[in-house]
Every structure is written in structure tokens, then in C-alpha cells.
Ligand binder design. Structure first.
Ligand SMILES: *Cc1c(COP(=O)(O)O)cnc(C)c1O
Length: 380
């Protein structure tokens, strides 16, 4: 994302947060002023109201606003007593933050390869990865499509493990079986500005219907206090959602079902216009599955870097999620083999995507991809 050098006449940016802002600027600015004048900036009425509204949106009993999505994951682990000596099963293909949060609390992330058909965690391989030290499985709803929750729930029930959702891509995901955040024992959301529900800075939430776990996260996020300046029976840190961010998020949550419809339409438009390009893989859908409200619209191409360069020459900015995959980061250096995850990651191209994108801009991206595809075939 390089907004400073982007010339609006020249093409399509990967992510245009200024355009996203303008979609609801007046309501958001009213919220900013309301909080600024209120004199209450941390853990006040806006956070409380947002927590209730977001829990209800997710179909869960509790939501606890925290400092980021990474913190939300780490606080779930801490609240569940997961730490040194424990193992947590995570997909090999995900954002580095999923792995970092596990390691940050002293536990060991155990990577599981991707199912090639879905691009999501392979539930059978996850079952094979369970060992004596395993405490939890993290299901990542990668790019906005629900992980195989029924299979993973069978697995975690059989072994008495926690099922945790990393729902940082899935604020608008709701596939008939229930919204993201309603499937696991707890879910972590990020409100990083580029996410589907984004703040004007960092933020996150833990969502759970387990009252004890939610209460434990409340204590951990603020000095171990069980009430404001009450006793602290255990330790805690500081990871709180600001009143300003909560007020912004309340406005944007009220528009989220509209955004979901927009994201689905944009995804359908991409799919429709790109379905005939030979070398290009489209985001997977099961037979009869509706277009999810993607967080990223990720296509694959064997000559990823050449295609990205050719698109950029035509003014179309793209990004890569996520290469290298987390187990290959120096911090983890895991020796395991993850061939499906590595194949997908090495071919992944994230196209411009977000509710701010216009149908015309999608057509510009698709025309550029078509030109690149035709040029490649005429060379052969
Ligand atoms: C963004 C993201 C996170 C981390 O969220 P932050 O708010 O940036 O800490 C975790 N998991 C996934 C899959 C993400 O995309």
C-alpha cells in the first residue's frame, strides 16, 4: 500500500483507506468529537456499548475490547492457562500474527498444512498433529472464508482441546452455520485499519460465550483488576480498546451488513470477469457455495512475480499474503514440510479489494489481468 505515490488517474491502488474513510466520514467525525468532548477516553460507555453490540453481531454472549488482534489471541491463551510446555495447532498458511501470539505466551505453534481444495487448514492433518502437549487448535478463517469448523470441533471435543477462531479476516463472514465468532470456545478479532471492520488505529476483541474466559480476559487486559481499581487476584497487563476507536467501530458496525453485500458483489464481479483466464486460479468455493464477503481477493498464478510486475506497469497495485509462510520465518524456522501451503503462498496475488472499490475499478484490474494473460500465451 503506498497511498502517497498513488495517482488516482493512473490505475487502481491495492488499498485506499482514504476512499474507505469517505464512505462514512460524517458519522465517524461526529463520533470522534463526541468522545473528545466527553472527558472519558479509556474503558467507558462507548467500549461497553460496542462490546454488547459486537457480541450480538457475532452471536456470542461476550465481547471484550483489547489493544489488537494479536493481543486478543494471546489473551485468550493466557486466560486459558496456555503457556510454556504447551502446544497449539495452527495452520501453516496464515498471517504471522497467528503464530506470533502462540509463541508470545511461551507456547509452541505446531503447523498444519493446507487442504489444496479449500486453501484452509486440513482437518485430517490437524488430527494427526495432536499430541500429549496439545492444548488448543486455532482455526483461521483465511481471507474471509470459514475454516472447517464442524470437523475441527469433532477433533477438539475428542481430545478435550480448546477451539479458538482467528477471525481477523471474518467480521462479515456468516455462512448459514452462524457468524465467525460463534463457532469456537473463543474468537480473536482485529480492528486494524485495513480489516473488514477497521478502526482509525489499532484495536481488537475477544469474543466468547464462556463467561469465565471473558472475565479472565477483562482482568488480563487491565492490571489484573476484577473491577475498576478493585482487587487484583492475579496478574494483568494493559491492552485496552480506546473510547475513540470503540465509537468509530460502533458506527462502522452499523454499516457492516451493507458492507458484506458490497464485498460479495465485488467478489462475484471479479469471479465473473476472471473465470476464463487460463493461468489464473480463483479463490476456492465449494459446489453451490455463495460468494463469501472476502477480506482479501487472492488469486494464484504460477508466474506470480512476473504477473504482479506487469499489472503494476498497467497501474494496478497488488499485494502478497503471506509469503514466506510463518513456519519459514527466522523466528520459527520449523523444519516440517508444508507443500500445499508453500505452493499457494508462492503463487498468491492479492488483488485490490475493499468496500471502497468501484465496479469500474474492478473492470480496470480485470482488463489488465486479461492483457497480461494474453501476452503470456502469445509468447508460448
Ligand atoms: C491482522 C491479523 C492478525 C493480527 O491483528 P493485529 O490487530 O494486527 O494484531 C491476526 N491474524 C490474522 C489472520 C490477521 O490477518
Amino acid at each position: 500500500m503506498n497511498l502517497d505515490n498513488y495517482d488516482a488517474g493512473a490505475g487502481v491502488p491495492f488499498c485506499d483507506l482514504r476512499a474507505a474513510y469517505s464512505a462514512d466520514a460524517e458519522a465517524v467525525e461526529e463520533a470522534l468529537v463526541r468522545v473528545a468532548r466527553s472527558g472519558r477516553y479509556v474503558l467507558g460507555a462507548e467500549v461497553e456499548a460496542f462490546e454488547a453490540e459486537f457480541a450480538s453481531w457475532c452471536g456470542a454472549r461476550h465481547a471484550v475490547g483489547v489493544g489488537s488482534g494479536t493481543d486478543a489471541l494471546a489473551l485468550i491463551f493466557r486466560a486459558a492457562g496456555i503457556g510454556p510446555g504447551d502446544e497449539v495447532i495452527v495452520p501453516a498458511y496464515t498471517a504471522p500474527a497467528t503464530w506470533m501470539a502462540v509463541a508470545w505466551v511461551g507456547a509452541t505453534p505446531i503447523g498444519v498444512d493446507t487442504d489444496r481444495a479449500s486453501g484452509l487448514i486440513d482437518a485430517e492433518r490437524a488430527a494427526a498433529a495432536v499430541g500429549g502437549a496439545t492444548r488448543a487448535v486455532v482455526a483461521v478463517h483465511l481471507f474471509g472464508r470459514l475454516a472447517p469448523m464442524a470437523e475441527l470441533r469433532t477433533l477438539t471435543d475428542r481430545h478435550g482441546l480448546l477451539l479458538i477462531e482467528d477471525a481477523a479476516h471474518a467480521h462479515a463472514t456468516d455462512e448459514g452455520t452462524g457468524p465467525a465468532g460463534s463457532h469456537g470456545d473463543a474468537a480473536a478479532f482485529s480492528f486494524y485499519p485495513t480489516k473488514t471492520l477497521g478502526a482509525l488505529g489499532d484495536g481488537g476483541a475477544v469474543v466468547s460465550s464462556d463467561g469465565e474466559l471473558a472475565q479472565a480476559v477483562r482482568r488480563l487486559r487491565s492490571y489484573g483488576w476484577s473491577s475498576w481499581q478493585g482487587d487484583a487476584a492475579g496478574l494483568g497487563g494493559n491492552s485496552r480498546l480506546d473510547e475513540i476507536q470503540a465509537a468509530v467501530l460502533r458506527n462502522r458496525l452499523a454499516n457492516l451488513s451493507t458492507r458484506r453485500g458490497q464485498l460479495r458483489d465485488l467478489g462475484r464481479r471479479y469471479r465473473d470477469r476472471l473465470s476464463k483466464l487460463e493461468g489464473l486460479g480463483l479463490p476456492p468455493l465449494a459446489a453451490g457455495e455463495d460468494e463469501p464477503p472476502w477480506h482479501q481477493f487472492v488469486v494464484t498464478h504460477a508466474e506470480r512475480d512476473r504477473v504482479r510486475r506487469a499489472l503494476l506497469e498497467r497501474g494496478v497495485e497488488t499485494a502478497v499474503h503471506y509469503d514466506p509462510i510463518p513456519p519459514r520465518l527466522t523466528a520459527f524456522g520449523q523444519p516440517g514440510r508444508f507443500p500445499a501451503a508453500e505452493d499457494l503462498a508462492s503463487q498468491a496475488i492479492s488483488l485490490p479489494f475493499g468496500h471502497w472499490l468501484s465496479a469500474d475499478e474492478i473492470d480496470v484490474v480485470c482488463a489488465a489481468l486479461t492483457a497480461v494473460d494474453i501476452a503470456a500465451r502469445s509468447r508460448m
